[in-house]
Ligand binder design. Structure first.
Ligand SMILES: Cc1ncc(COP(=O)(O)O)c(C=O)c1O
Length: 434
């Protein structure tokens, strides 16, 4: 394993593995997503090993980071995939992902997506309603197949995270209640086009304690035992994603902590365990590099650091008020280990309080607010850390801004996973007809 993998300051300059951020910015321009393949691999191995004893299958959550190069690497390392659309499935297959290790979730799968999944032989479809179950049954029979399905259970548990990323409470659109799951299982048994083989739950993201998983698994285990007693062959339990990362640099639970808390329940279950980490793998493995365009000071002394990247490149701060560490790529003392939203200075560093903002025409276009940052001028390079998950995949062309490139550093090899979009790319789908 490459212990130099990841992001660190060497001689006061930020590096990805042993390649400097300056070199990346020079070659590919800014804004630019930069990923460490070595760090991604370390994190993949760590979470895989934590759940290995229950025949654990890691199904990487494609929505978090979906460029082909990354999916290809994960497929080579043996990862499976969690997809939520035909487009994500297409990406997985194009990257050489194994359909028999791919699970398909989502409340609104279309008939075309269900047929596509069945034709390609995905491992299972996670069913989220009675109507969907009947649609899968009909479509599978039409293709002369039986679809393997799991019921996505909504256990009504609060994972204590952002309301927009809470998915396992009864008011959320996802999954089916425990009572509803019993009814769905009974119905599945009467349908010749489906085979019920598992249960699925995904509580939300990020979840900073193993407790909600334990509560969910207690409920799922009881249901699983009941369904087995009724003659159903339960082979897998999918406990979803949501494993947290530290956006501040403070200590947070790791995969081993989640696995240890779930150990007794998982052992009793005697099922294959599927986990669907996205953020845990991709988040810390990527950052967004931006260049400062202007330092702008208002009459009352408020300082704006205006960058060339904006909310169209990284939406999380605007969408969720999400906190990301931001720090100059040139910093003689490196960076503070911990940076928290409430910090107004960091000991050992000379800083000023600034808003780090983008060029998009919205006041919600920011990366950091009231944040201590070493004084920077136009031309400085800034890194927005832990942006690998839900960074590029949530990017858009808002303000007709071409999306940034995605660059991967694998040991000391640098390659372009996705080139920067051009103005012509912006118009491609609009240029039709004669
Ligand atoms: C069904 C499902 N599984 C897994 C995930 C991945 O979550 P995370 O990236 O927090 O691990 C999500 C994210 O929303 C999801 O909807």
């Amino acid at each position: 394993m490459n212990s130099d993998a990841g992001f660190r300051y060497i001689g006061g300059r930020l590096h990805c593995n042993d390649v400097s951020a300056d070199e990346i910015a020079e070659r590919f321009g800014t804004p630019c997503y930069l990923y460490s393949a070595g760090l991604l691999r370390e994190r993949y191995c760590r979470i895989r090993d934590a759940f290995a004893r229950w025949d654990g299958l890691v199904c990487f959550s494609v929505k978090s980071l979906s460029n082909l190069a990354t999916l290809r690497l994960l497929a080579q390392w043996g990862s499976g995939f969690d997809v939520v659309s035909g487009g994500e499935l297409y990406r997985v297959l194009e990257a050489g992902g194994d359909p028999s290790k791919t699970v398909f979730a989502g409340v609104g799968k279309t008939a075309a997506e269900i047929e596509y999944a069945l034709r390609t032989g995905v491992r299972m479809l996670n069913v989220e309603s009675g109507e969907e179950l009947r649609a899968i049954d009909r479509l599978a029979r039409g293709l002369g197949r039986r679809a393997t399905v799991a019921i996505r259970v909504n256990p009504d548990i609060d994972p204590e995270t952002h309301e927009k990323t809470t998915t396992g409470k009864k008011e959320n659109k996802f999954g089916v209640s425990i009572a509803g799951s019993r009814r769905l299982a009974a119905e599945a048994a009467s349908l010749s086009g489906v085979e019920l083989r598992g249960l699925h739950v995904h509580l939300g993201s990020p979840i900073y304690s193993p407790e909600p998983y334990v509560h969910a698994l207690e409920k799922i285990s009881r249901l699983c035992t009941e369904l087995r007693a009724g003659g159903c062959r339960m082979e897998t339990v999918n406990i979803g994603g949501g494993y947290c990362i530290s956006y501040t640099g403070e200590d947070v639970p790791g995969p081993e902590d989640y696995a240890a808390s779930l150990q007794v329940l998982l052992e009793k279950l005697d099922c294959q365990v599927i986990i669907e980490p996205g953020r845990y793998l991709a988040g810390p493995s990527g950052l967004l590099l931006v260049r400062v365009l202007y330092r702008k000071e208002s009459e009352d002394g408020k300082i704006f650091v205006v960058c060339d990247g904006g909310m169209n490149d990284l939406l999380r701060p605007s969408l969720y008020g999400a906190f990301h560490r931001v720090w100059p790529a040139h910093s003689p003392g490196g960076m503070p280990r911990v940076m928290r939203a409430e910090d107004r200075h960091y000991s050992g560093f000379r800083t000023e309080l600034v808003d780090v903002v983008g060029p998009v025409c919205e006041s919600g276009d920011f990366f950091a607010k009231d944040r201590p940052l070493p004084p920077v001028k136009g031309g400085a390079l800034l890194a927005i850390f832990d942006a690998g998950a839900y960074g590029f995949t949530m990017s858009s062309n808002y303000n007709s801004r071409p999306r940034p490139p995605e660059v991967v550093v694998d040991s000391s090899e640098v390659f372009l996973a996705r080139r920067r979009e051009t103005y012509e790319d912006l118009l491609r789908a609009e240029r039709q007809g004669p």
